[in-house]
Write a protein that binds this ligand. Structure first.
Ligand SMILES: CC(C)(COP(=O)(O)OP(=O)(O)OC[C@H]1O[C@@H](n2cnc3c(N)ncnc32)[C@H](O)[C@@H]1OP(=O)(O)O)[C@@H](O)C(=O)NCCC(=O)NCCS
Length: 397
């Protein structure tokens, strides 16, 4: 049997507003956040019969409690999908949702599925990083990794050590820009279309509605400069230039290009190539550099061909390392134009789809842009990159 590789498109993505860990979602279940996103995708795309969904892949970095029990399957059932729709759980730490998308995309490309839901969740309030980990003592005893590799903030300090050109001042300036761009994006109504309102309960048991991200804040260079460095005395990484601990979920609709057309689903962008790469765990923040180089190579593209970047801001130092490597200015308007994780937060396994959703909206606004990149660093030393093509591109081929 010969097999044709099919084009895969990103139809749509949504997310819950992101909450501070154990903040507005303290009394909301993680799986309910995912369910909310899946139901919203179905609501937004009534031409998609639920039984045509072939797979539900949901990521979580901690897969226990309300993030356990094969969350892709249980969330599908809870969202009201027919029992015939299968689902599974995915873990690649911070790149969970990104891996959910690339995994279902690969299935779609080879014809094992037509339409899939891919997303992620992390309720870091209920599931603190490293919860329940039983580290194999060989990892440290045999020096396979340094102790600092296990604390993401410490890896960011290590990266500052390796790259003296990335100073605390540059990291703080980048963090301030992230907050300012997010504030402007909110003021201009850019982020709201992605957000699914979530019913929440306060401490007294009263009901409320989460409609916006909880973490963004007004700040200044002076305020940022005054923050302590929790990961190392006299370090450079602070609560201001790192993504905070966050609760939130995302979900996206991914389909074969021909099936999207058959079902009348709007296809905003086509997956061009993707790559995951491993790096030294002690400096996991450089991961997106080799993964992007690999994704570019696989696509036959150069960094100059990329006109929009949605880079996850786990730490300012790690984004600056990426930009310096590729010779991109830190205030380049193509990079995170609507801010990023330093402002809105980074619910680990959920974030990848936030990047893709925002890129898709920017593609829709800018038909002159052809290629965009979503990229992120990953704990224990990895990077993930996906290159997308704008299907509304109006240039000449
Ligand atoms: C950095 C980190 C330890 C900070 O945690 P925290 O101390 O609970 O953070 P807080 O939000 O309470 O902020 C600490 C202080 O900084 C202040 N602050 C935070 N952001 C600020 C900003 N942008 N401007 C000014 N002040 C700010 C807070 O108001 C708080 O002040 P207070 O102590 O007077 O109340 C935590 O966010 C973290 O671990 N982040 C990284 C998460 C991670 O590793 N993700 C995975 C990536 S791979």
């Amino acid at each position: 049997m010969t097999r044709e590789v099919r084009d895969v498109v990103f139809v749509d993505g949504v997310r819950t507003p992101f909450g501070k860990a154990a903040g507005m979602y303290a009394r909301t279940r993680a799986d309910d956040l995912v369910v909310r996103c899946i139901r919203e995708l179905l609501r937004r795309h009534p031409s998609l019969p639920a039984e045509r969904i072939d797979e539900v892949a949901i990521a979580a970095a901690t897969q226990t409690g309300d993030q356990g029990l094969t969350i892709g399957r249980t969330a599908a059932l809870l969202a009201g999908l027919p029992a015939s729709v299968p689902g599974y759980a995915i873990d690649r730490m911070c790149a969970g949702a990104m891996t959910a998308v690339t995994t279902v995309a690969a299935s779609i490309a080879i014809g094992a599925a037509d339409v899939a839901i891919a997303g992620g969740v992390e309720h870091m309030g209920r599931h603190p990083m490293g919860e329940g980990v039983d580290l194999n003592p060989r990892l440290l005893a045999e020096r396979l990794v340094d102790q600092s590799a296990l604390v993401m903030g410490a890896t960011a300090e290590n990266l500052h050590d390796r790259l003296p050109a990335v100073t605390r001042e540059r990291a703080d300036a980048f963090a301030l820009a992230s907050q300012e761009r997010t504030a402007k994006a909110y003021a201009d109504g850019k982020l709201q279309p992605d957000l699914v309102p979530v019913a929440i309960r306060d401490q007294a048991g009263g009901w409320g509605l989460a409609t916006v991200d909880e973490a963004p804040r007004d700040t200044s260079l002076a305020a940022l400069a005054g923050l302590r460095t929790p990961f190392r005395p006299h370090g450079r990484v602070t609560a201001g230039n790192a993504a905070g601990l966050t609760d939130g979920a995302t979900a996206s609709l991914v389909a074969a290009a021909d099936v999207a057309a058959e079902l009348g689903l709007p296809a905003g962008m086509r997956l061009v190539s993707y790559a995951f790469a491993g790096v030294e765990p002690e400096v996991m923040g450089i991961g997106p550099i080799p993964s992007t180089e690999q994704a570019l190579r696989r696509a036959g593209l150069a960094i100059e061909d990329i006109e929009r970047f949605e880079l996850n801001e786990a730490f300012a130092v790690q984004v600056l390392a990426f930009l310096d490597h590729f010779g991109i200015a830190e205030d380049d308007p193509r990079v995170n134009p609507w801010g990023g994780a330093i402002a809105v937060g980074h619910p680990l396994a959920a974030s990848g789809v936030r990047l893709m959703t925002q890129l898709a909206r920017q593609f829709a606004e800018h038909p002159q842009v052809r290629y965009g990149l979503t990229a992120m660093c990953v704990g224990i030393g990895m990077g993930g990159s996906v290159i997308w093509e704008n299907l509304r591109w109006e240039g000449t081929k």
